[in-house]
Structure formats: C-alpha cells, structure tokens
Design a protein around this ligand. Structure first.
Ligand code: ZN
Length: 603
C-alpha cells in the first residue's frame, strides 16, 4: 500500500514538473541529415540561460549495457560554438571534452557532426535509407549538468517519414521529443526512416514494434507471441512499470544481439530467419531476454550501474545476476509460455552446461571476477579467452538454475527464484530506488530459501568448483548423462580454420596435447608423419589415442617439426535424463520449475 501511494504521488509530481520543464528546457538539440549517404549526423545544441564563463561539453565514452569504453568522441568532427556576438573560442581539454569560453553569452549555440557507420545495437548508423541514433554516441552533455532536461528535434531526410523512440513527444511540436535528464536521453535510442511499425497491447502496456530493413516476419504471429512473453515476464514482478514500450528491430542478412533500455530495446535479427522455426525461437528468446532487462538491470540493478559515470568504466562484480539471470530467464520464459516443450528446454539447458563445462577457463576465472573484468575481457576476447575465462552470461545462467532449484526444493515448491527477483525489485527499486550490493542480493536469496547460500557463493560465484549437478538436478528428479563417455577418438586439442588452402590453428585448448607439445595459434599445419594434410580431422581420426605423431608446421615462415602424443578426447557431451522412481517431492520441484501442465507430467 505504501509504495503504491508513494508512486501515485510521485507520478503526479513528475507530470507537473515535466509540463513546466518542457517549456523551460535550457538545452535544445536539433538533429539533421544533410549527407546521410556519407553517414553523417549534423547536431546542433543550443544552451540558453548560460551564466558561466566556461562550458565543458562532453561526449560519453560508453553505452550502458555494453561494458566497453568505445570512445564515441572519435566520430566527432567540425565542433564549433557561437554566442550572441558570434564565434566563441573552443579548446579540447581531453579525449571527449570541448571547453568553450563563453564570454558569459547567455545563449551558446554548438554545432558538430558525427560520422555514423557502425552497425550494431550500441553504435550509430546512417545511410540514405535510415538512421539509427545510439544516443551516447550522438548527444553531448555540459559537464556537471547530467540532470538537466532537454528537447530533441529531428529533421527527417528526404523520403523518410517515421521516428521510433521511447522518448516522450513534446505536445504540439512535431518530431520533437523531451528528456527529463541526460540519463533518460542516453537510454532512449532513436530510429528514423521508413520503418514498418506495428503495435500490440499486453499487460496494459502499449508496445510498438519498428521493423527496419524488411524481412519475412508475420506481424500477426509476432503480436501474439511477443504479447505472451510480455505477460509471462510481467507475472513474475506483478507490475509492468512502463506505459509505452518500443522494440526497434534491425533486420540484417545475419543479424543478432540486443541492447536493453528503460522503455525500449534494440534487437538485431536475421531478415529472412522468421520463417525458420529454430531461428524464430531464437528471435523470441532475444525478445524475452531484452524485455526481462526492463526489470533486471534497468531498474533492479547492481549499485554500480546507475547513476552512471559516462566517462569511465563502471565496475560491478554482479553482471552474473544482471546478465546471467536474464539469460537463464529468457529460455525459461520460452518454456513457461509453452514455446519450448519441457524436453526442448532441458536440451537447451544441457547445451548451456556443455558449453560451460567444456571451457577450460571455467576452472580459472570465477563468474564474479568475469563480471568485474567485463571491460577488459568479455568485450575484448583474444585467442586464449576460452582458456582463461568464463562468460558471466552462461555461467551466471547456471548459477541462477542452482539458486532456483535450491529454493524450490528447500521450500517444497512454495517459492522459487521468481520470489527473489520480485522481492529485490520491490525493495531496492520501488521502495529505495537504489542499486543493490552483492551482500543484499545474497541475503534476500537466503531469506526466501530459508537457508545459507554460503556454499553457492564460495564455490560457484566467487570460486571455480564444478557445480554439483547430481544434487541440483536431483532435486527435480533429473540427472546428467555424459553421452560422449564411451568413445575414445584421438584428439590434438587445437581448432583450425582453412583459408587459401592453408590449415591454420586458431585456438589451443588448455592442457591438451597441442598445448603441452607447443603448437601455437597461427601455426600453419602442413604435414603429419611426412604426409601433407588436406583434411586434418580425417587424418587424426585414422590414428589412435596414445599414438605419437610428428606435425610439420610453418610458424611465421619458419618450418618446424613438433612431436605430439594424441590423447583420448575428454570433451563432455551431457544430456539431461529423468531418474527412475522419482519421489513426490522431486516431481513437485520439477513441476514447479518447468511449469508443467498435467499433460506434460504424464509424458
Ligand atoms: Zn542482456
């Protein structure tokens, strides 16, 4: 009751403030496209009511949700400033700051151009067909004024007719939008062009879908299926905080990936993938993932992730919750909304387990460390990444599974991870509106489970121990079976790529024969035991584990023989199977976890 009352009052205050602020925004952007074919965005930024001698104007260095310093200032050209009496002196003081000596001019008009030719969900792109404005790389802010409101007017290029964005339209002004502060502006990507827009309503929220780039999608099917996902996810939190939500979908020849925002998202999809069932399910999984983020990370967030420092890395050891739990839920949502059968869901989960457990870096880097180092590792992978680290998406999803099953089992089916997510949302977003600490998340999970999670944190979050799958899956009367166990095929432990008739090593797996004998990434494999290699896999398969072979390689043009002992391939290939004669508690846990219907239970 208290929080409902509070948010009602807040909403009333907010609407009063925003009407006034709209009329008085001191910062007005105007975006034009004079040369879209050459990928330029022309930005004008007018600051009124200035009283300062000096204004530092800054471009963010990164886009929240994508944890890499991207240096958006690198794309800026022709920065200039003018006051009421003409041009003003500008000095660049660091990589992303322009210092204007204003002469106390109350109006300062800034102009600059941004080169936008990087197709991705977190960078900007313009050509003659459309513009995608990823706001952290387009709009600058006056230092120290991140809380200032602003308006954005968009001048469409020839032939363009539509704008799709989560920003609020300024009443009575066409193509003009309002941001209460820069955090909102930076969280509101803008698509401009001739996109195909359709709408659906779900959980009381109006959803707009802007399809860019064409494709073989079926609008009616998407409306129904996307609505099912929205409703399934809303039911976890019991509240859908937006009035309006915008999906901007970029359809490419082979697109993928997405980026979450406060009341919108940008998705990359394959233009002609919608008719293929697997690829369509992949798209729905992406929708489920990014939509789940509107609660998990955009509102319920680790303490370091908002308010943001746009200049520097924002470190958190909790991306395994922000991203990993979201990855866990995207598949689980497809199961609960019945897009995945229980069998299919368990196959997907087994795939995730195989990926994590076959990666040598899973024994080297804890998932909390992987989170902290996202800026220098996850987003900057190299040839050794699989040996040295683990993805907080994949491992985080497995930790979510561990916690979910622990809670369902400990409470005999009364509670689950959903209850932790909802309680955290209610407490730290709705009630306190601040980020949570690592200890606060753990403590809430323990409170709902009614037991200590010390072991989970010591072994799986901050440690690198193998998850006790027998115990965890056992709660649901399930077990892992390694189907690769019987084979003894020989392997060298290096993967290769073939180009220009050359077989070149692109990865060497930790502790494999290739690793031990000193085969390197970039080595070209020429011959084995004196015979030219044209098909490496076939040649190896003719040998036996234990055989000693001589590999002739070319390393930077120098020929070299390397002796290597073939070993049995240790790769795990798990599937999840049901145990015989499950107890009634095991069946109860399984049923709650996988949201089984009575028909599912029979099969
Ligand atoms: Zn995500």
């Amino acid at each position: 009751m208290k929080s409902v009352f509070k948010s009602l009052i807040l909403a009333l205050i907010m609407s009063a403030v925003s009407t006034v602020a709209k009329a008085q925004s001191k910062i007005a952007f105007e975006v034009s496209f004079t040369e879209p074919q050459a990928h330029y965005v022309d930005v004008e930024m007018v600051i009124t009511g200035n009283k300062k001698d000096q204004l530092d104007i800054k471009m963010p260095a990164w886009a929240p949700g994508s944890y890499l310093i991207r240096e958006f200032a690198k794309n800026v050209e022709e920065f200039s400033a003018a006051g009421s009496k003409g041009a003003l002196p500008v000095e660049k003081t660091n990589k992303n700051t322009w210092r204007i000596s204003t002469g106390k001019s109350s109006e300062v008009k800034i102009k600059y151009r941004v080169y936008a030719f990087e197709i991705s969900v977190r960078t900007s792109f313009v050509d003659d067909s459309h513009a995608f404005l990823s706001p952290t790389g387009i709009f600058m802010y006056p230092a120290g004024q991140i809380k200032e409101s602003s308006t954005v007017k968009i001048n469409l290029a020839k032939g363009w007719s539509k704008i799709s964005t989560g920003l609020e339209n300024v009443k009575g002004k066409s193509h003009t939008y309002y941001s209460p502060d820069f955090d909102v502006l930076y969280d509101s990507p803008i698509e401009v062009g001739s996109q195909d827009v359709f709408e659906f309503t779900a959980s009381g929220v109006k959803h707009e879908v802007a399809m860019v780039g064409g494709g073989n999608y079926d609008k009616d099917r998407l409306k129904k299926d996307m609505a099912r996902i929205v409703e399934e996810e809303t039911s976890i939190f019991g509240v859908n905080p937006n009035k309006r939500y915008v999906f901007i979908v970029h359809n490419y020849s082979a697109g993928g990936g997405g980026l979450e925002h406060f009341n919108s998202t940008v998705l990359g999809a394959s233009r002609f993938g919608y008719a293929n069932e697997n690829s369509y399910q992949g798209f729905l999984g992406l929708v489920a993932h990014e939509y789940f983020h509107l609660w998990n990370v955009k509102r319920l967030r680790p303490v370091a992730l908002g308010p943001f420092d746009y200049d520097n890395e924002n470190y958190t050891s909790n991306l395994w919750i922000a991203e990993g739990f979201t990855a866990y839920y995207d598949n689980l949502m497809l199961r609960r909304a019945d897009f995945h059968s229980p069998e299919r869901y368990l196959n997907v989960l087994a795939g995730e387990i195989n990926l994590v457990e076959n990666q040598p870096g899973n024994r080297v880097q804890a998932v909390s460390d992987a989170s902290f180092d996202a800026w220098i590792k996850q987003y900057r992978p190299n040839e050794n990444s699989k040996n040295s680290g683990i993805s907080y998406y994949n491992k985080g999803a497995l930790v979510a599974m561990v916690m979910d099953l622990e809670i369902i089992n400990a409470t005999r089916g009364a509670k689950g991870l959903d209850d932790v997510m909802k309680a955290m949302y209610d407490e730290y977003y709705t009630r306190q509106d601040r980020g949570y600490t690592d200890a606060e998340f753990k403590s809430m999970a323990e409170k709902i489970a009614g037991k200590s999670f010390d072991k989970i944190y010591n072994d799986y979050v901050n440690g690198t121990k193998v998850i006790d799958y027998t115990q965890i899956l056992g709660y649901a009367g399930l077990a892992l079976e390694n189907t690769a166990g019987q084979k003894s095929e020989p392997y060298i432990g290096a993967t290769t790529s073939g180009r220009d008739g050359k077989i070149t090593i692109n990865n060497v797996s930790r502790n494999s024969p290739a690793w031990i004998s000193g085969l390197n990434v970039n080595d070209e494999i020429i011959a084995i035991d004196g015979f030219r290699v044209t098909d490496l896999e076939k040649m190896i398969s003719l040998k036996k584990a234990g055989d000693k072979i001589t590999v002739l390689i070319s390393r930077d043009g120098v020929l070299k023989n390397i002796e290597l002992n073939l070993e049995k391939n240790q790769a795990l290939k798990y599937r999840i199977i049901a145990v015989e004669d499950p107890t009634s508690l095991q069946l109860k846990v399984r049923s709650k976890w996988l949201k089984l219907s009575d028909t599912d239970k029979d099969s």
